[in-house]
Design a protein around this ligand. Structure first.
Ligand code: GLT
Ligand code: MN
Ligand code: MN
Length: 391
């Protein structure tokens, strides 16, 4: 037990599919046994997690009768309450069944879209029954290889129809549930629709119940495209749309690696934690901190629980480092804001011709301003020294 040992108050969660991942990849089968969901709950609780998330079929395999479903769910609920664990988020598996080979909500076949809606309404009922307040949509199969098969605009329109229908379902049932949409550029499809968090944010602004819908950005998914994850998250936070987050780690340009949080990218992970915790200013993120990662294929079950602890410890270590960085007097001095309220008022108060005229008349001496060194080399080195633990 040390300062980085996770506790319930840290709000760390894992998907059943993350620690339950059996290590299959496209070139080899499973290397670990199936772990019963109730067993996962017990182990995660022991590791210090706060909750567990699930797809409908992570808990209730496809094809179970209503009676079997109810038994599974009531055993799972008992495991949750015995271990003081919650289910903050649930989602639907709209990718494993062969019927989803060409998408779920965007499929050209209306029967597939109808099945996706059926499955999602059932999944929502299950999530709500378990106490979930968030419902994630990851459109794993919403994409193409033969891009001529449908107009992108049709795909977007179909996705909108589905979201509008499903927010309608939630409202009609009086559920206290919000949606979080998760982007990914490719894999398993050659091209996925809504490839980045930015694409999702715009799409959300076109929905009938846009206030109920936010994003669930995942580190790996943004990094696959070579984009800055902290920038994507920052934009979502600024828009009030960061409803949930999938933490893991990833090298640029590869398949979705879902590595242990912070393991490949301590610098970006530091900047992310700093942003989420608000140590550098701004409102912190207060939702669950979900690790959507899995252990290396080299691991047995013991390695899985070490992996689980590792994610949470790294987050807490980075949180302590972010606090130390933002209270370092030299850092504060370097970050001191150069404010000039009188000057800024000329545009911040909005356009009017008088203010525009005044703005035009000021001699801003750009050549002089340009000569001022910004000392970002020093700032960045200080940040690295905090990360390295020598400051
Ligand atoms: C799958 C995917 C994740 C999604 C999960 C939710 S399933 O593991 O790779 O990124 O968040 O559907
Ligand atoms: Mn994810
Ligand atoms: Mn992923």
């Amino acid at each position: 037990m040390d300062a980085y040992t996770p506790t319930r108050g840290d709000r760390f969660t894992f998907g059943l599919w993350t620690v339950g991942n059996r290590g299959s990849d496209p070139f080899g089968g499973p290397v670990r046994d199936h772990i019963d969901p109730c067993e996962i709950v017990r182990n995660l609780a022991e590791c210090g997690a706060f909750g567990v998330n699930l797809h409908d079929n992570d808990l209730v395999p496809l094809g179970k009768s209503q009676k079997e479903r109810d038994t599974i769910v009531s055993n799972f609920k008992r495991a949750l309450s015995e271990n003081d664990m919650v289910v903050p988020m649930a989602t639907t598996n709209l990718f494993s069944h062969p019927v989803f080979k060409d998408g779920a909500f965007t499929s050209n076949d209306p029967r597939v879209r109808a099945f996706a809606l059926q499955k999602t309404m059932d999944g929502i009922d299950l999530g709500v029954e378990l106490g979930a307040k968030l419902y994630v949509f990851w459109g794993g199969r919403e994409g193409t290889e033969a891009d001529a098969c449908r107009d992108v605009r049709t795909a977007i329109e179909r996705m909108r129809e589905a979201m509008n229908f499903l927010t309608g379902y939630v409202k009609a049932n009086g559920y206290d549930l919000r949606f979080a949409l998760e982007a990914k550029p490719n894999e398993p499809r050659s091209e996925n629709y809504f490839p980045t968090t930015g694409h999702m944010l715009h799409f959300i602004s076109t929905l009938a119940d846009e206030e109920m819908v936010g994003v669930n950005p995942e580190v790996a998914h943004e990094v696959m495209s070579g984009l800055s994850f902290p920038h994507a998250v920052g934009q979502a936070m600024e828009a009030g749309k960061l409803f949930h987050i999938d933490l893991n780690s990833q090298k640029i340009g590869r398949y979705d690696q879902d590595l242990r949080f912070g393991s490949e990218d301590p610098r970006q992970a530091f900047l992310l934690v700093r942003l989420l915790e608000g140590t550098g200013g701004g409102e912190p993120y207060r939702g669950p901190l979900h690790f959507d990662a899995h252990a290396y294929r080299s691991e047995d079950e013991q390695g899985v629980w070490e992996f689980a602890r590792g994610n949470m410890r790294t987050y807490k270590i980075l949180k302590a480092k972010a606090r130390a960085f933002d209270s370092d007097p030299e850092v504060c001095e370097l970050l001191r804001c150069h404010e000039d309220p009188e000057l800024e008022a000329l545009w911040q108060a909005g356009y009017d011709s008088k203010r525009a005229q005044s703005l035009r008349q000021i001699d801003l001496k750009p050549d002089e301003v340009a000569r001022i060194g910004l000392r970002y080399e020093r700032l960045d080195q200080l940040m690295m020294e905090h990360i390295f633990g020598v400051r």
